[in-house]
Design a protein around this ligand. Structure first.
Ligand code: FE2
Ligand code: FE2
Length: 182
């Protein structure tokens, strides 16, 4: 297996871990009475599923199936903590997507522009996710829920915006009218 394929597989595992962790964090936030933080974790988890499929299309040439998810699940481990802890982990996980910039360079060296676009976009999206987590954390540290603002997710790249959707996605140029509302 080439180095680029390894990086795609690694990306798929990172995104699957985030999908599963944020889904658990959503339940935990609901239990702790943070309804709006729970809604944000739902948006984040769905965005990570979009990322999982972006890597799956590069690696397998198709979306990830239930069977792929079952097979890959055993390779990812994570701990679910309190909502405050989960938000901290989320911000750290999203900061780590900066490493995708190096992977994007490997994609260029390998003459794979499709992989270059995915790695580059996901590094940018990671920043939007980290910011969303840090914003939520400010509220949870005061033991209060986030404001009941709408949360919008880009259906193409998983970029997240709180408040109103952008005219076009700043990462992938998808029209804001197609964003998914949470
Ligand atoms: Fe992601
Ligand atoms: Fe986008």
């Amino acid at each position: 297996m080439g180095k680029l394929e390894d990086l795609m597989l690694e990306g798929m595992l990172t995104e699957l871990k985030a999908t599963l962790l944020y889904a658990e964090a959503e339940k935990r936030a609901t239990d702790e009475g943070y309804a709006n933080v729970a809604r944000m974790f739902k948006a984040l988890s769905d965005a990570e599923k979009i990322h999982l499929n972006l890597f799956s299309r590069l690696y397998y040439g198709r979306d990830a199936t239930e069977e792929d998810v079952e097979n890959l699940k055993g390779k990812v481990g994570f701990n679910v903590g309190t909502t405050k802890e989960n938000l901290n982990v989320c911000a750290e996980v999203e900061d780590e997507t900066k490493q995708y910039i190096d992977a994007a360079n490997t994609a260029i060296e390998n003459g794979n522009p499709g992989a270059y676009v995915v790695f580059t976009q996901l590094a940018q999206v990671g920043e939007s996710h980290a910011n969303a987590c840090r914003n939520a954390l400010k509220h949870v540290e005061k033991e209060e829920d986030m404001q009941p603002e709408k949360i919008y997710v880009c259906p193409t790249c998983g970029y997240i915006q709180v408040g109103e959707p952008p005219y076009r996605c700043p990462v992938c140029d998808e029209p804001g009218k197609n964003f998914i509302k949470y």
